[in-house]
Design a protein around this ligand. Structure first.
Ligand code: ADP
Length: 413
């Protein structure tokens, strides 16, 4: 995974945790309001029923307290109550029983005042008391619960604990996953750097071996057809190809590949690629048919890299074929660009592995031996795909097991 992708994963998971925490807080706030509403409702009912039971009959009516924020105000239909109500044990016992019945076992403060107090957490009931002159005056029976918030919090205990535990768990898991992702990424980068460095160190000795073989041929022409010389040349070429692929891919990954694009005839490029494969083709008695490539087709791209792309496809077509290789290359112009197909009569690719083969170091499992020619690191098609995408084109594979494969390459005009 690229550095930028890792950062995106880390940032998105951090945003996810924050979003989860915020949504949990909103949810808890909502639950708090609900619990508070239930509490208020119960107190109102308890207060009302106490006054009603004390005097008998239906007297109560729930209403909001006008003139203050979020209060509960219980309006009794103004009924005569004795002045010494606050000291009446029957009334007080009735109130405690009523609260208990409505599941509120909390300490409370009860008072009788002349003024209405519209405040949060104040519950009142309007009552009428006798005056000395024989008339009636309005008073307010007020109930306050000092420990109300603690009571509501306790009623939400399970929810709060569960929410905190879930948040801790999710955060811990995400931290762990992100930490191991960053660690893996660092490890992978170290390996890739080492691999690239090694490939870089290999390229000079491999080139020197190639040069030495050529000089040996010149000095001793008789050695030219010696089978051991062929082995050295072939194995050296194979290794050089792999090492070059590693270096190309490293440069592609770093975005350091500057293409040198120009117009050139496609058929000539393909013929050059086929000629460079002459030795393995002869060894396998393979055939490459270029008849369906029009002479006049021109491609705009980096000739060196596109030749390398087709060499890779030809190399694979030879490697992954049990029969005598019969390779057909065709090309046609489309309104958007040029479509080149490389088709073989090889072993094919199992359907579930067709997408994987374009990934680095991925090799398909074909089951059964292929005759020793299938060496490779699984880098060829990764290089081909990256290079074609750098040309703003694409590559597709169509395959039938034991019948053959066709790789279509599209290059935009
Ligand atoms: P390599 O050939 O070094 O393993 P490549 O990236 O070129 O790596 O190919 C990846 C895998 O795709 C190969 O290991 C092989 O299993 C499969 N493959 C590629 N080309 C063909 C083909 N023409 N026919 C069948 N299988 C193929």
């Amino acid at each position: 995974m690229r550095e930028s992708k890792v950062s995106i994963v880390v940032i998105t998971s951090a945003i996810g945790v924050i979003a989860l925490a915020v949504s949990q807080l909103i949810w808890m706030r909502h639950s708090w309001h609900l619990a508070e509403q239930i509490f208020n409702q119960r107190v109102s009912m308890a207060l009302c029923s106490t006054v009603e039971k004390y005097k008998g009959g239906m007297l109560c009516d729930n209403g909001a307290c006008s003139g203050g924020p979020g209060q509960q105000f219980v309006v009794s239909a103004g009924h005569d109550l004795p002045t010494e109500l606050m000291y009446d044990t029957v009334f007080l016992a009735q109130l405690t029983r009523s609260l208990h019945f409505h599941q509120i076992d909390l300490d409370y403060e009860l008072s009788l005042t002349e003024t209405k107090q519209c405040q949060v957490n104040v519950y009142q009931s309007t009552v009428l008391l006798p005056t000395e002159g024989g008339g009636r005056r309005e008073a307010y029976l007020r109930l306050i619960f000092p420990n109300k918030n603690g009571y509501i919090l306790r009623s939400m205990n399970f929810m709060v604990v569960a929410t905190i535990l879930i948040l801790i768990f999710v955060t811990a898991v995400l931290l762990l996953v992100n930490w191991s992702l960053v660690r893996q990424k660092r490890l992978l980068q170290t390996n890739v750097d080492f691999f690239n460095h090694m490939a870089h160190e290999f390229i000079t000795p491999l080139n020197n071996i190639g040069l030495a073989v050529n000089m040996l041929h010149k000095k001793h022409p008789a050695l030219k057809d010696h089978p051991l010389m062929d082995v050295i040349r072939r194995e050296n070429g194979q290794l050089l190809g792999e090492v070059e692929r590693v270096l190309h891919l490293a440069r592609l990954d770093k975005g350091e590949h500057a293409l040198q694009k120009e117009n050139f005839p496609l058929k000539a490029l393909l013929q050059a690629a086929v000629s460079s494969m002459a030795m393995p083709l002869t060894e396998r008695q393979g055939r490459v048919n270029l008849d369906e490539v029009p002479e006049d087709l021109e491609v705009y791209g980096d000739g060196k890299h596109l030749a390398s792309v087709f060499r890779n496809l030809l190399d694979n077509a030879l490697k992954y074929t049990r029969l005598q290789p019969d390779i057909r290359i065709s090309a046609r112009k489309t309104p958007q660009g040029i479509l080149v197909s490389v088709e073989d009569n090889g072993i094919g690719i199992p359907p579930e592995q067709r997408n994987l083969i374009f990934e680095k170091f991925q090799r398909a499992h074909h089951g059964g031996p292929l005759g020793g020619g299938q060496k490779g690191f699984g880098l060829g098609l990764a290089y081909v795909k990256s290079m074609i995408e750098l040309h703003k084109g694409y590559i597709r594979v169509f395959s039938e097991e034991n019948k053959g494969s066709r790789f279509d390459i599209f290059l935009p005009a």
